[in-house]
Design a protein around this ligand. Structure first.
Ligand SMILES: [Mg+2]
Length: 437
C-alpha cells in the first residue's frame, strides 16, 4: 500500500535554493538575509480583485515582495472565498509554503471550491521564488524539459452548423492557427450540447436546460452514429501529425462508452475525457472508469474537477484511467499537482493538466510546473488571456507565447511574470481600485 502521507518531494526549500545560482541574476539584500537566516518575511495582506473575468489573488509581504495567483475566468464569484482565508495566513512566513498550506488545505473541496486554496498556493510559490532569486521550477525540483508542450482546448472559431462537414471545416482553421498546435481537444457527446441536439432523439431522455453538461442517458443508434461521424471527419483533417483528443461528457453509460471507444480505435484518438464523471461531479467513480479503460485501447482520461491527491487515490491505484487531468488551480496548487503526477507515473499513468480558463498568471504557473513534471507528462491545456488586453497588462511572457505547439520555459525569479501596474489599474473596478497599492 502506498504511503499517502504528506512528506514532501519538494524537500528543503532553502537547501535547494541555496545550491542554485542563476548567472547574472540580481538578488536583493532582503533575499540574501533571508537565505542566511538573518531576516524573515511575513504575510501582511491577502487581496483579491476581479480583472476582466479572472479572480486575481495577491499576497502582500512586509519585505516588498508580492505573490500572485489567478483562478478561472468562470469564477468571478470567488472573491469572498479568497478573503475567507486571510486570517488563516496573516503573519505566516510565505516561503514555508507547506506550513501555510497545512492551515488552509482542509478548507477546500472539489471544483469550484478548491480554487481559492489553489491560487493562494501558487502565489506563495511566486513569493518563495522571488525571495530566493530563482524561478519556481527550481523550487519544485528543477527542469526536466526546456520547453513544454501545450494542447489546444480554447482557441476556437465560429461553427457554421453541426454536420460532420462543419466540424471538418472548423478543424481546418484550428490546424492552421498561428500557435502551431500539435494536439487539439474537441468537445463531443454530452460535453457538446449543440452536437447532441443536432441528431434528433440522440439519447433516451429529454434535453435538459439550465446548467451546462447536465444531459445524460443511453444513446440511440442515431445519436452514437452522429458523434462518430463528426469525429471521423475531424480526424481526417488532422491526419497523422496532429493529435485529436475528445472531451466527451460526463453522462455516458459504461456500455455506450465502450462501444464508442472501440469504434474509434482505428483513428488513434489521443484520449477520451470525462466519459463517466468529470465536470460538475464531486466524485471520480473509479470502478466505472476502470471497466471502460479495460475494454479499449484508446486512452481514457479524467480528473479536472478533483481536489487534492487523496481524491486521485482510487483512480491511480485501481488503474481506472490511463491519463489524469488535474487543474493546478483546482487541485490544490502546483506542488500538489506535481506530487500527483509523480504518483501517477509510478503507476504507469500519464498526465495532461486541465487549464483552459486559468488566464495568463495561471499560464505562468502551468509553465513553471510542467517544466518539472516527470516523463509521463503529455501537455497542458493552453489558457488564453481573455479579454485580449490581458496580454498588455502582464509582462514577462514570451512573444509569441506559443511556438510550434510549445512554450519555452523562462528563467526569471518566482513565476517570472509581473503586472504592468499602470495598464492593469485601468481595468480595475472601483471596488478593487487599491489592489496594487
Ligand atoms: Mg474537460
Amino acid at each position: 500500500m502506498a504511503d499517502w502521507t504528506r512528506r514532501g518531494f519538494v524537500g528543503s526549500l532553502w537547501g535547494i535554493a541555496g545550491a542554485t545560482s542563476l548567472a547574472g541574476q540580481q538578488r536583493s539584500n532582503t533575499a540574501h538575509e533571508m537565505r542566511t537566516g538573518q531576516g524573515s518575511i511575513k504575510i501582511t495582506d491577502l487581496r483579491c480583485a476581479i480583472i476582466g473575468r479572472n479572480p486575481v489573488i495577491r499576497i502582500v509581504t512586509d519585505q516588498g515582495i508580492s505573490g500572485y495567483g489567478q483562478a478561472e475566468s468562470s469564477k468571478a464569484y470567488l472573491k469572498p472565498m479568497v478573503l475567507f482565508y486571510k486570517n488563516y495566513i496573516l503573519g505566516e512566513d510565505p516561503t514555508n509554503v507547506e506550513r501555510v498550506m497545512l492551515k488552509i488545505r482542509r478548507l477546500g473541496a472539489f471544483k469550484p471550491w478548491g480554487s481559492a486554496v489553489s491560487a493562494i498556493e501558487i502565489a506563495l510559490w511566486d513569493i518563495a521564488g522571488q525571495a530566493a532569486g530563482v524561478p519556481v521550477y527550481k523550487l519544485l525540483g528543477g527542469k526536466v524539459r526546456d520547453r513544454v508542450r501545450i494542447y489546444n482546448g480554447g482557441v476556437r472559431f465560429p461553427m457554421n452548423g453541426q454536420t460532420p462537414q462543419d466540424y471538418a471545416e472548423n478543424m481546418v482553421k484550428m490546424k492552421e492557427a498561428k500557435e502551431g498546435f500539435t494536439l487539439i481537444k474537441q468537445a463531443v457527446g454530452f460535453h457538446n450540447p449543440a452536437m447532441m441536439r443536432a441528431a434528433p432523439n440522440g439519447w433516451y431522455d429529454e434535453p435538459r436546460t439550465g446548467a451546462p453538461h447536465a444531459d445524460r442517458g443511453l444513446l440511440t443508434e442515431r445519436g452514437l452514429e452522429h458523434i462518430i461521424a463528426c469525429v471521423e471527419a475531424m480526424k481526417k483533417v488532422l491526419g497523422k501529425d496532429i493529435g485529436l483528443a475528445l472531451d466527451c461528457g460526463p453522462g455516458w453509460t459504461v456500455k455506450d462508452a465502450i462501444t464508442f471507444a472501440r469504434a474509434l480505435e482505428p483513428l488513434h484518438i489521443t484520449w477520451l475525457e470525462d466519459l463517466i464523471t468529470g465536470d460538475y461531479t464531486p466524485y471520480p467513480n473509479a470502478d466505472l472508469f476502470r471497466e471502460v479503460t479495460q475494454s479499449t485501447s484508446i486512452p481514457i482520461h479524467t480528473g479536472e474537477q478533483i481536489y487534492l491527491r487523496e481524491n486521485f487515490k482510487d483512480l491511480i491505484e485501481k488503474q481506472a484511467v490511463n491519463i489524469i487531468g488535474p487543474d493546478p488551480v483546482d487541485v490544490g496548487g502546483i506542488a500538489e499537482l506535481k506530487w500527483i503526477a509523480e504518483y501517477a507515473d509510478f503507476h504507469g499513468i500519464q498526465i495532461a493538466p486541465h487549464g483552459i480558463f486559468d488566464g495568463l498568471i495561471g499560464l505562468a504557473a502551468h509553465v513553471q510546473m510542467a517544466a518539472t513534471l516527470p516523463q509521463n507528462y503529455i501537455a497542458f491545456e493552453y489558457p488564453l488571456g481573455q479579454p485580449e488586453w490581458w496580454c498588455e497588462i502582464v509582462d514577462g511572457l514570451p512573444d509569441p507565447i506559443v511556438k510550434r505547439g510549445f512554450i519555452d520555459v523562462w528563467d526569471r525569479p518566482g513565476l517570472g511574470v509581473t503586472f504592468n501596474v499602470q495598464s492593469a489599474k485601468s481595468h480595475l473596478s472601483d471596488e478593487d481600485r487599491h489592489f496594487f497599492d
